[in-house]
Design a protein around this ligand. Structure first.
Ligand SMILES: *Cc1c(COP(=O)(O)O)cnc(C)c1O
Length: 226
C-alpha cells in the first residue's frame, strides 16, 4: 500500500496547480494528519466543530482549517477564532451567526455558499432562490465580518458519471450567475469547491478550484470511533 505522501503526490499530479487540495481529515487520527503535514499539505477539512477545534489545538498553527460539514449555530463559536474557510453556509441563520462570532473575534471569516445540486434528499444546501434572497437583503449588505468567496456543492453518489458531470456544470453555472449578479467588482469571489475522492477529475474538468479529498488520501474512514 502506498503512503499518504504518495497518495497526495499522485492526486496533485492529476489536478492543475491552480486547484487547491483540501485534505479531508474528519475521523482521522492526529498521526495521519501529521504524516500529510510532513509532506507539505497545509489545508485540512473537517466536518465536526469540536473535532476540528481539538485537532487545531494539537497541531501546527500554520495549518489552514476548512470547515466542510453542516454547521450548527451553537458550534460556530468553537471554530470562529481560527477557521480559514467555511464551505458549508446553507442558511441565512448560520451566516448571521458566523458574522456575529467573527465580529467578537475581530476578524472577517471567509465563507462559501453551499448549494443543493444533487438529486438526493439528504444533502444540505441552499436553493437558488434562497441564495438570491440572502444576497439581495439589507441584512447581508450590512454584514461586515463575513466574506463570500464562492460556492460549494456535492454531486449525487452515483456511478453514472454523466449525472455527476451535469450537477457540477450546474454548480459552475450558479457560480457564474451569482458572480455576475452580485460580485462583478469583487476579486475575492472566485472559488468553486467541488469534487471528492470519487469524482474530483470530473469536477476539475467542470471548473472546480478546490477539491475536498478524504478517503483517497487517508483510506476508508472508521465511523465507529465517533
Ligand atoms: C467527507 C467529505 C468529503 C471527502 O469525501 P471522500 O469521498 O472521502 O473524499 C468531501 N466533502 C465533504 C462535504 C465531506 O463531508
Amino acid at each position: 500500500m502506498s503512503s499518504i505522501a504518495d497518495k497526495i503526490q499522485s492526486i496533485k499530479g492529476q489536478i492543475p496547480k491552480t486547484v487547491r487540495l483540501i485534505a479531508v481529515s474528519k475521523t482521522q487520527p492526529i498521526e495521519l494528519i501529521q504524516e500529510a503535514y510532513a509532506c507539505g499539505q497545509r489545508i485540512f477539512g473537517e466536518n465536526k466543530a469540536m473535532e476540528m477545534k481539538e485537532k487545531y489545538e494539537a497541531l501546527p498553527k500554520d495549518i489552514h482549517w476548512h470547515f466542510i460539514g453542516h454547521l450548527q449555530t451553537n458550534k460556530v463559536k468553537y471554530i470562529a477564532p481560527f477557521v480559514k474557510l467555511i464551505h458549508s453556509v446553507d442558511s441565512f441563520k448560520i451566516l448571521k451567526e458566523i458574522n456575529k462570532e467573527a465580529l467578537k473575534n475581530n476578524k472577517i471569516i471567509s465563507c462559501l455558499l453551499q448549494f443543493h445540486i444533487a438529486t438526493e434528499e439528504t444533502k444540505f444546501g441552499l436553493s437558488i432562490e434562497e441564495a438570491y434572497e440572502i444576497l439581495s437583503s439589507k441584512d447581508f449588505k450590512d454584514m461586515k465580518n463575513v466574506r463570500i468567496l464562492g460556492v460549494m456543492g456535492m454531486a449525487s453518489f452515483t456511478f453514472d458519471n454523466q449525472i455527476v458531470r451535469d450537477e457540477f456544470k450546474y454548480l459552475a453555472e450558479i457560480f457564474r450567475n451569482i458572480r455576475y449578479d452580485f460580485f462583478l467588482e469583487d476579486i475575492f469571489f472566485r472559488e468553486v469547491s467541488m469534487g471528492m475522492s470519487g469524482d474530483y477529475q470530473i469536477a476539475v474538468q467542470e471548473g472546480s478550484t478546490m477539491v475536498r479529498i478524504g478517503s483517497s488520501i487517508f483510506g476508508e474512514r472508521n465511523y465507529n470511533k465517533d
